[in-house]
Write a protein that binds this ligand. Structure first.
Ligand code: GDP
Ligand code: GDP
Length: 455
């Protein structure tokens, strides 16, 4: 590294920064209007408004990456969903329930000016049951005079209330220090404890693509479709199912089975549920209704899984209903609409007839293998050396930036750091990704490539 002009500490730092596995998850929960979205904006350090002024406006995005004091984590914002037909308590409880389930730690936001309400108490009960570490945020303490309001919240029995003004930033640093103490280094509930345990699958897809039908089929039993409100009962949300002689854990099957009839906020609710399931899983099996046009909603779900860095399998369901013409157009659509996951293994199934169910497990295994692939540094650099000499970066401004060396900093998904002598253009980065995939496989997994440029 030194002879290439890189400081050894820079190199090590870059590798460490890129090398993290799945990040721990922080959920921010609380009643509407207590300031959850404002706080999330603060935590992720973004100026652009996540806060919407219009109530009931739905957002697709519910998870964000954040960093505090050099540690990275994910934040799940539950602020995008207003009161709906369920009534306020059930609404808040339902969204909190999913977020808490997927989280390693929770920030519970209370409006200190208002004090604890019955709805807040309902969330406290959920938090107790979940047993996850909680940081109590007494928000809207904009100045010293509000501190007394915050102190009242000791009554909630969740420990020290942290007086914060999400709007002005007051107290957020201290609160984030407490968050880091509460948050494990790695997402313990979903990864650390499960080594050697069953692999975790999230079966996701937009409503009516056939998720519960598929689950029933693979589990080999007719399940009861529970027509009840989410959040009113706490049945086990993960289910162990044996497939191909191996036991798998299907995460958040309660979310699949429950039918919650929502008017407002249904999209957001579904997004939150999907995001939570994806966070808990290692591999996402994304179900798509092959009989219908691939929709923006399908693409959003794909993006969610890819951005979360999960292994991905695409399952095109309802294959029994397809005629030849639809099959033809589907292929074209897959090329144009699902190009971002051209690397994902694909199965064409029918939850109704059972067609190709036996291909599901091999596809999942392929994707997990890709997700865990590690390329030895020697092999990677031999490959990079050949690639760079056969296909050099285009000359720019009289200079030719070169990839000097690289290393795989992490897996799950594979993360690479490349060290270069100058700025590497996006097109060349994509070319490198393509060639890496051709050479080493990585079927079914997103890969991350970061480039460090010599000063
Ligand atoms: P959410 O529904 O819990 O996500 O709440 P929002 O983040 O949308 O905030 C609701 C309202 O409270 C907005 O008008 C915010 O500007 C306001 N708000 C949020 N945090 C603070 C704060 O620390 N102090 C004050 N005074 N207002 C706040
Ligand atoms: P979910 O909302 O994704 O859980 O979807 P469901 O499993 O409830 O299925 C929605 C509808 O699609 C139901 O009427 C199912 O019977 C139907 N369906 C599911 N899978 C198939 C399939 O493979 N073929 C056909 N023809 N219909 C299916």
């Amino acid at each position: 590294a030194a002879e290439e002009g890189f400081d050894i500490e820079d190199v090590e730092g870059a590798i460490e920064a890129a090398g993290h596995g799945p990040l721990p998850v922080l959920a921010v929960v609380g009643r509407p209007n207590v300031g959850k979205s404002t706080l999330v904006n603060r935590i992720i350090g973004r100026r652009e408004a996540v806060v919407e002024d219009k109530p009931g406006v739905t957002r697709d995005r519910v998870t964000y990456e954040a960093e505090w004091a050099g540690r990275r984590f994910k934040v799940v914002d539950t602020g995008g969903w207003e009161q709906d037909v369920l009534g306020i308590d059930a609404s808040v409880a339902a969204q909190a329930e999913y977020a808490i389930e997927a989280a390693d730690a929770v920030v519970f936001v209370v409006d200190a000016k208002v004090g604890a309400t019955d709805t807040d108490e309902a969330v406290v009960r959920l938090l107790r049951k979940a047993g996850k570490p909680v940081v109590l945020c007494a928000n809207k303490v904009d100045g010293p005079s509000g501190e007394a309001d915050a102190a009242y919240l000791w009554n909630l029995g969740l420990g020290e209330p942290h007086p914060v003004s999400a709007l002005h930033g007051r107290g957020t640093g201290d609160m984030l220090d407490a968050v880091l103490e509460a948050l494990p280094e790695a997402p313990a509930q979903s990864f650390g404890t499960a080594i050697g345990g069953p692999r975790r699958i999230a079966l996701i897809g937009r409503p009516n693509v056939g998720k519960s039908s598929l689950l029933n089929k693979v589990a080999g039993e007719e399940r009861v479709v529970v027509n009840e409100l989410a959040g009113t009962t706490r049945d086990p949300v993960d289910e162990l199912i044996e497939l191909g002689g191996v036991t798998w854990k299907f995460v958040d099957t309660a979310g699949i089975r429950k039918r919650v009839h929502l008017q407002q906020g249904a999209d957001y609710y579904a997004s939150l549920r999907t995001a939570a399931a994806v966070e808990k899983a290692e591999v996402a099996v994304i179900l798509i209704d092959a009989a219908e046009n691939i929709s923006v909603q399908d693409q959003r779900i794909v993006t969610m899984a890819v951005e979360a860095g999960r292994a991905v399998v695409l399952a095109f369901n309802k294959w029994d209903t397809l005629d030849e013409e639809r099959r033809y157009y589907l292929e074209r659509e897959i090329e144009t609409e699902l190009g971002q996951v051209a690397w994902a293994p694909r199965v064409n199934v029918s939850a109704r007839t059972g067609r190709h169910m036996e291909k599901l497990v091999p596809a999942i295994e392929t994707a997990l293998a890709g997700w865990e692939t590690r390329v030895p540094t020697g092999r990677l650099n031999a490959f990079l050396g050949e690639l760079v000499s056969a296909h050099p970066h285009p000359v720019r401004g009289g200079k030719q930036p070169r990839i000097l060396f690289g290393t795989q900093a992490g897996t799950k998904p594979p993360r690479f750091v490349l060290f270069a002598s100058g700025f590497i253009e996006a097109g060349y980065r994509r070319f490198i990704e393509r060639r890496l995939r051709e050479e080493f496989g990585f079927e079914g997994t997103p890969i991350h490539i970061s480039v460090r440029v010599r000063e």
